[in-house]
Design a binder for this molecule. Structure first.
Ligand code: BT5
Length: 298
């Protein structure tokens, strides 16, 4: 009887230990307001925090909050978006328990045209740096995508509201595919899509990644008009030095991507040697040889 009791106790201890291990693994990926709030604010961003299980679009929610006067640094996060938006009203998918969808309300002082033009790339740069810190090489596909060797992992959507000549606020929205479940079907996207975990081993903590991205945005934010951030943008630019095809609503041309101007337009060298500046409208950029250049990113 006593022997039986010991065996029972040993098994119970094993079960408790196993249960704890499972819960630790589960918790490390648990994505909820309490856990996120305990890690914020960073660099004066993330307070107040609005956390939703499901929301149509974090950018729409952030815009509504900004119009009600929400402060600089307000952060809106959702586990799932049902009407996520890309640029020019394209859609952005964010299925539950698999991705990051966040929008920041920013009210920077001394906003200039250069600072505003760089805001969008700031989001992409922060994601590139965070993925790099995890050991995943990523690049900015101009003007607002983040790509890894398998395809697009993130998109950035920056929106602003003007009061006459003055910028009232900007909303910087980022969507990032984390687990394979977040990757849309190839038929649903105009560019191959990928996710962070696809390029790494093991599970990635969405909260850890989100906090790291915000921290990087916060630390670059004060340097938006610096030469340093311009170099960082160019250093992270995909297809730099490569032949690319650029298409817009009424144009298509091929040239070598040289880099960026100070307000984040493209410098393209044409075959005749002339360098032109492009940007400011809905344009797509592709490596000329998608198969050959894809794996190297640069
Ligand atoms: C973007 O637009 O890439 C910007 C996406 C910004 C999304 C964030 S999520 C948080 C915040 N709240 C929002 O409502 N939006 C922001 P664009 O460059 O226009 O690319 C849109 C295109 O990307 C679509 O037409 C699809 O082809 C493709 N796409 C949609 N969902 C995708 C996903 N999860 N992964 C990769 N590609 C996707």
């Amino acid at each position: 009887m006593i022997g039986g009791l010991f065996t029972f106790c040993d098994r119970t201890a094993d079960i408790v230990r196993w249960h704890k291990l499972c819960m630790d693994g589960y918790n490390s990926n648990m994505f909820n307001k309490k856990r996120l709030k305990s890690r914020l604010p960073v660099e004066a961003i993330g307070e107040p925090l609005y956390f939703y299980k499901t929301v149509p679009s974090t950018n729409d929610r952030a815009q509504a909050l900004a119009q009600e006067g929400a402060a600089h640094g307000t952060l809106v996060v959702a586990d799932e978006q049902t009407a996520g938006r890309g640029r020019f009203q394209r859609s952005w998918s964010t299925p539950p328990r698999s991705a990051l969808a966040l929008s920041l309300i920013l009210r920077p002082e001394d906003i200039t045209q250069v600072v505003l033009a760089r805001m969008n790339m700031l989001g992409a740069l922060a994601v590139v740096e965070s993925l790099g810190a995890l050991g995943l090489e990523a690049r900015i596909k101009w003007p607002n995508d983040v790509i890894v060797s398998d395809g697009k992992v993130a998109g950035v959507l920056t929106e602003g509201s003007w009061m006459g000549e003055d910028l009232e606020y900007t909303v910087l929205g980022i969507g990032l595919n984390v687990s394979p479940k977040s990757v849309p079907d190839r038929r649903e996207v105009d560019y191959p899509a990928a996710c962070v975990e696809g390029g790494l081993e093991g599970k990635i903590s969405r909260i850890g990644l989100l906090v790291d991205i915000i921290e990087r945005i916060g630390s670059w934010l004060h340097m938006l008009d610096s030469e340093q951030i311009h170099s960082a943008f160019e250093g992270a630019l995909a297809f730099r030095g490569q032949p690319v095809k650029i298409s817009g609503s009424d144009m298509e041309l091929t040239g070598v991507l040289q880099g960026l101007t100070h307000n984040c337009r493209l410098r393209i060298a044409l075959a005749a040697g002339e360098v032109i500046i492009l940007g400011g409208e809905d344009m797509q950029i592709r490596p000329v040889d998608m198969d050959r250049d894809w794996a190297t990113l640069n």
